[in-house]
Design a protein around this ligand. Sequence first.
Ligand code: ZN
Length: 130
Amino acid sequence: MSARFDLPEADGFTRTYWDAAARGRLLLRRCGECGRPHHYPREFCPHCWSEDVDWEPASGRATLYTWSVVHRNDLPPFAERTPYVAAVVDLAEGPRMMTQVVECAPDRLRAGMPLEVTFADGVPVFRPGG
Ligand SMILES: [Zn+2]
């Protein structure tokens, strides 16, 4: 059995996020001090450094900011998935997120196109829609 590089390794802090993702829900962190959301999840607010930060459900809506079509990746199991679309999306709530776009031919991708979250093996990815 070879290592897999596509599965999350949850720790005490991120387990809430990954457990929600496994149930098909995308979570954000929002600061109780300045009110701003952020992603990826951190234990403190990256805007004002407050530790008064909590989880909240995201809408799952996003727009495509940028992307790259990956044709080679030697880390298992990505080799058998190429080509795939590595992307950065702007969540409707504001934070920018590294992810993948699925269910869309690369030549149909457009900057700014609306996307919606879906889940692959408990990992949030995005597809056209929303
Ligand atoms: Zn803050």
